[in-house]
Design a protein around this ligand. Structure first.
Ligand code: ATP
Length: 362
C-alpha cells in the first residue's frame, strides 16, 4: 500500500550574517541537513506500521514525505499503486484524498463546530450538502462524537479534539491514515482510548495506518510492525513481538530497556567486564516467549547444567497476543558449566545476550 524506495531528503540552510551594529561580521556558513538517507519502507495494505526514533531522527520528515507535504530530494513514493512524485499538482491533490492525516495538535478550525470541521474536506471536494451529511453522521458515530456535533473545538477535551481530527481525516474515505505523534499531547488514559479507536478503524475499515512516535507504549499497543529510525536512516524493521524480545540494534535495545526499565543494577554494571576472565561468571539478558514463558526452565537449567542462577531483574509483558518474559541473571558456576547453561537456554528457544562478566566473590 505504501512503498518508499531510496527516499532521501536534504534541507539546505542558507548562511546568515549578523545585522546588528558592533557585532563582528562573522556569519553562520550554509549548511545541509540530511534528514532522510536512502529510506526503503514497505507497508502492506491493512497493516499498522510504527516508525519510532529519538527526537530529530527524521520521523516527521519521513511521514510528511508519504503525502508529499515534504517533497523528497530523491527517491520514489508509491501509495495505493500510484507514484506520487510524478503527479501534477492537480493529480496530487486528488491522490491526497486517499491519504488521511492526523497531527499531534489536532489542527482543527476553531471557528467551525465539530460537524463542520469533519465536513470541511468534503465541501472542498465540492460535494452536495446531503451527500456530506450522509458521510459525516456515521463518522461522528464511529468516533463517539454523535452528541458533540454542534460544539466548538474550545469546548472539547484533547481526546475529543483528536476524535474530530480522525473523523475529518476519514471523511474522504482514504486508504491510508498517517498519524504524526497523534497521542503525544494526550494523557495515558486518553492515549489508550485514541489508540483503541485507531485499532477499531484499522479492523473495521481495513485502513492501512502509518504512525510515527517516540513512545514504545504506542508501538506495543497497536502496531503490527515497527521500523526504527536513527539519524535519517531506517536501521531496523521487525514484527512487533520480535522487536520487543530481540531488537537487533543497540538503539533498539536502548529503547526496549528504557521502556521495560530492565537494566542490571548500577553497582553491577560498574563491575562488568567485556571479556571473561579466569574467575568471572556471565551476566545474561534472557528473552523468551510462547511456551518458554510457562516452562520452569530456570529450575531445569539449575538441575541439568549444575549452575546457580541469581535473578537480578525479571518481567513478563503482554505484547498484543504474545506473552514475553525478560530477565537479567547471573549464571554461577565453572566456565564449562555456564557455557553449557547458555547452550541449554539457546536450544530451548530463549534469546540469550551476554551483557558482560563479573568477578566471582568466592
Ligand atoms: N524545514 C526544515 N528545514 C531545515 N531542517 C529541517 C526541517 N525540518 C526538519 N529539519 C531537520 O531534519 C532533521 C529531522 O527532523 P524531523 O523533524 O524529521 O525529526 P523528528 O524525528 O520528527 O524529530 P521530533 O521527534 O523532535 O519531532 C532534524 O535535524 C531537523 O532539524
Amino acid at each position: 500500500m505504501i512503498t518508499l524506495r531510496n527516499v532521501s531528503k536534504t534541507y539546505h540552510l542558507a548562511s546568515s550574517r549578523s545585522r546588528l551594529p558592533f557585532v563582528s561580521r562573522s556569519s553562520t556558513p550554509a549548511r545541509t541537513i540530511e534528514a532522510l538517507k536512502n529510506v526503503d519502507l514497505h507497508v502492506p495494505g491493512g497493516e499498522i506500521h510504527g516508525v519510532i526514533g529519538l527526537s530529530g531522527a527524521g520521523k516527521s520528515t519521513l511521514i510528511r514525505c508519504v503525502n508529499l507535504l515534504e517533497r523528497p530530494t530523491s527517491g520514489s513514493v508509491e501509495v495505493d499503486g500510484q507514484e506520487l512524485t510524478q503527479l501534477t499538482a492537480a493529480e496530487l491533490n486528488q491522490a491526497r484524498h486517499r491519504i488521511g492525516m492526523i497531527f499531534q495538535h489536532f489542527n482543527l478550525l476553531t471557528t467551525r463546530n465539530v460537524y463542520d470541521n469533519v465536513a470541511l474536506p468534503l465541501e472542498l471536494m465540492g460535494m452536495k450538502r446531503s451527500t456530506i451529511r450522509e458521510r459525516v453522521l456515521p463518522l461522528l458515530e464511529l468516533t463517539g462524537l454523535a452528541d458533540k456535533a454542534r460544539q466548538y473545538p474550545a469546548q472539547l477535551s484533547g481526546g475529543q479534539k483528536q476524535r474530530v481530527a480522525i473523523a475529518r481525516a476519514l471523511a474522504s474515505e482514504p486508504r491510508v491514515l498517517l498519524c504524526d505523534e497523534a497521542t503525544s499531547a494526550l494523557d495515558p488514559q486518553t492515549t489508550g482510548s485514541i489508540l483503541a479507536l485507531l485499532r477499531e478503524i484499522n479492523h473495521k475499515l481495513g485502513l492501512t495506518i502509518l504512525l510515527i512516535t517516540h513512545e514504545m507504549e504506542v508501538v506495543k499497543s497497536i502496531c503490527h510492525r515497527v521500523s526504527l529510525i536513527s539519524d535519517g536512516e531506517l536501521v531496523e524493521e521487525a514484527e512487533v513481538g520480535d522487536f520487543f524480545t530481540t531488537p537487533s540494534t543497540r538503539l533498539g535495545r536502548e529503547f526496549l530497556n528504557d521502556f521495560l526499565q530492565l537494566e542490571p543494577p548500577k553497582a553491577l554494571v560498574e563491575r562488568l567486564e567485556e571479556a571473561p576472565g579466569e574467575h568471572t561468571h556471565p551476566v545474561v539478558r534472557l528473552a523468551f516467549s510462547g511456551d518458554a514463558v510457562s516452562t520452569p526452565l530456570i529450575s531445569r537449567l539449575a538441575r541439568e547444567c549444575e549452575v546457580d542462577v541469581s535473578i537480578l531483574q525479571a518481567k513478563v509483558e503482554s505484547i498484543q497476543e504474545r506473552t514475553l518474559g525478560l530477565m537479567i541473571a547471573e549464571l554461577l558456576g565453572s566456565p564449562e558449566q555456564t557455557r553449557r547453561a547458555i547452550d541449554y537456554l539457546e536450544t530451548h528457544d530463549l534469546h540469550v545476550e551476554v551483557l558482560g562478566h563479573v568477578q566471582r566473590d568466592d
